[in-house]
Design a protein around this ligand. Structure first.
Ligand code: ZN
Length: 315
């Protein structure tokens, strides 16, 4: 069963609880020009035109923490941080490419194992590559980028956009003393400790697929001059409250991007918490209001985990 609603000239349909006899939406064939996005939690998405499957920052392991008896303790910096293979196998059936925005564990933890299982090619900076090499991902399955590349793959193309990380620690992110910035060296062997997953720099992406242009962010920050002039119809925007450290975050971004038709909030799901705090829920609403105030014709979506969203052909 699909429920559909129109966004401007776009038809946007969400698959909801398909009856057992119906073809599940996540495997239903797509019409020409359609693109399907499925939210995997945190900054993670699966994006496909029905032929090529691109994952962004897959972090299925985040859901392992939320047990029936409450959240498990967070993994300490010195402790081993193991990807959850059961969750990965449950939710990732196929992948051709994996785009990594940066090396922190909530973005890069699962990629190596997914690549090994699916053969997916990981695109990311040197740190993302070294974290993947720790899981014996061969260089034939790695495309290391710097930011600024614009690569053609046939069925899609990918512009790699220089970016900066969220301003954590009250804007002392770069000098926070917590060991989460810096570059991961070669020669690591998984499983790694949490502290091995350093940022290694930050990237955003513009994925052009099936006539759509999808802007992909993994942090609550950006370089305005790098966003200026891009014209995505779909924008996955880092949306949690860390954005409030940045001057006029949402409006400046909407202006730079030319008011995308569809804005999907990313990295604002409270790390998989099934019972997010009242503050987190209020902030989600606030982000949607910011988008609407800056870009009244944009549709804002708070994505639901694992619920496919199908966007019709771009007019
Ligand atoms: Zn990060």
């Amino acid at each position: 069963m699909r429920r559909s609603l129109t966004i401007g000239a776009f038809l946007f349909s969400c698959a909801v609880a398909a009856p057992a006899a119906a073809q599940p939406a996540d495997t239903a064939p797509l019409k020409k020009g359609e693109i399907r996005l499925t939210y995997l939690g945190n900054a993670g998405f699966e994006i496909t035109d029905g032929r090529t499957v691109v994952l962004v920052d897959p972090f299925l392991t985040q859901f392992a923490r939320w047990t029936k008896t409450g959240p498990a303790p967070d993994v300490a910096q010195d402790a081993l941080y193991r990807p959850d293979t059961a969750l990965i196998n449950q939710h990732v059936k196929r992948a051709d490419y994996i785009l990594i925005t940066h090396g922190h564990p909530d973005h890069a933890l699962d990629a190596g194992l997914i690549s090994r299982r699916t053969g997916a090619v990981i695109v990311g900076h040197e740190t993302a590559a070294n974290l993947a090499r720790a899981w014996d991902v061969p260089d034939s399955s790695l495309i290391t980028v710097l930011g600024g590349e614009d690569y053609e793959f046939g069925d899609f193309s990918l512009r790699v956009i220089p970016n900066i990380h969220s301003a954590l620690d009250h804007k002392r992110y770069q000098n926070n003393g917590r060991g989460i910035v810096g570059v991961a060296p070669r020669g690591l062997h998984g499983p790694l400790r949490r502290k091995d997953y350093v940022e290694g720099g930050n990237l955003a992406y513009l994925l052009r697929m099936a006539g759509h242009e999808v802007l992909i962010m993994g942090s609550m920050n950006y370089l305005e001059r790098e966003m200026e002039g891009l014209r995505p119809d779909i924008a996955l925007v880092g949306a949690n409250s860390q954005r409030l450290e940045i001057h006029d975050y949402t409006a400046r971004l909407m202006r730079a991007l030319g008011n995308p038709a569809l804005v999907i909030a990313s990295h604002a799901d409270a790390y998989g918490d099934p019972n997010p705090s009242a503050a987190a829920l209020a902030d989600r609403k606030k982000f949607a209001q910011e988008v609407t105030a800056a870009s009244p014709k944009s549709r804002v979506v708070q994505p639901t985990w694992f619920e496919p969203m199908i966007v019709a052909a771009r007019p």
